[in-house]
Design a protein around this ligand. Structure first.
Ligand code: ZN
Length: 259
């Protein structure tokens, strides 16, 4: 079935809105400003910028991309992230029902935000966590998600947090971590439900462990070294979350190992 032009345009529009929000959110979070601030600011010095800075992808080509006050130039990585969001959202609207496409586009956007911020600044911004939570609630309200399975997901996330995430807080020297990871685990589990969450947490732990081994080989082993858990949770949520919405029997296939 060839999707209608309206659907494709809707997907691209949602993608553009999300993509233009991404770097705007990054700048506001970097400057500790409220997310609903309408002001466009420089992520480095906080000075107001022109609204053209919010046009995704194109803004990086405009002559005014450098901050006039501090000369800061946004990283080219932003262009790739924005492009990924627009393409993903267009794809989602073409292959999925609009309500599902909307949920997964917003979650994709928030997971990219979480991953980038966690790798760059070692924080998982609450703003992105709240956005993922909102999509979980939307899924339950629109009955695209099963309430019981979602609530069991929360229970599972709580157990995983107690066993895997929180011990890092007491074992490691870094006292600031873990709570962001816990919040992220809880909100993705609400949206994923307990079965997919189990896979996501297992795969994320495995990836974190492998990373710990590999970085250990090069930099020496230490229990005090922080394992970034957020990006791995985000990555596996993308894989399993996308798998579920594309293939409604995905969970059955996972449980029976038959595809
Ligand atoms: Zn600046």
């Amino acid at each position: 079935m060839i999707p209608s032009a309206e659907i494709i345009i809707a997907g691209i529009l949602v993608g553009i809105v999300l993509a233009s929000s991404l770097t705007h959110f990054f700048a506001l979070i970097s400057q500790d400003m409220p997310l609903f601030s309408r002001k466009v600011v420089c992520e480095s010095c906080g000075v107001s910028q022109s609204y053209s800075r919010r046009i995704p992808i194109i803004a990086s080509l405009l002559p005014g991309r450098k901050c006039s006050a501090c000369g800061h130039e946004p990283t080219p990585i932003y262009v790739l992230l924005e492009l990924a969001i627009v393409i993903f959202s267009a794809w989602a609207f073409i292959v999925l029902k609009p309500i599902l496409a909307f949920q997964i586009s917003v979650i994709f956007f928030a997971l990219i935000g979480v991953t980038y911020m966690d790798l760059k600044k070692w924080i998982i911004p609450n703003e992105f966590v709240i956005i993922i939570f909102a999509m979980g609630v939307l899924g339950i309200v629109t009955e695209t998600l099963d309430l019981n399975i979602s609530l069991l997901g929360l229970v599972l996330a709580a157990v995983v947090s107690l066993l895997i995430v929180l011990p890092q807080r007491f074992g490691g020297g870094d006292q600031t971590l873990a709570l962001g990871d816990v919040k992220l685990c809880l909100v993705v589990a609400l949206w994923l439900g307990w079965i997919l969450s189990a896979y996501v947490f297992f795969v994320a732990s495995l990836m974190a462990f492998i990373t710990w081994i590999f970085t250990g080989i090069f930099r020496g082993f230490s229990v005090r070294r922080r394992i970034p858990f957020g990006p791995f949770v985000a990555l596996s949520t993308m894989i399993f979350g996308i798998g579920r919405v594309v293939d409604p029997q995905f969970v059955t296939h996972l449980l029976t190992f038959r595809f």
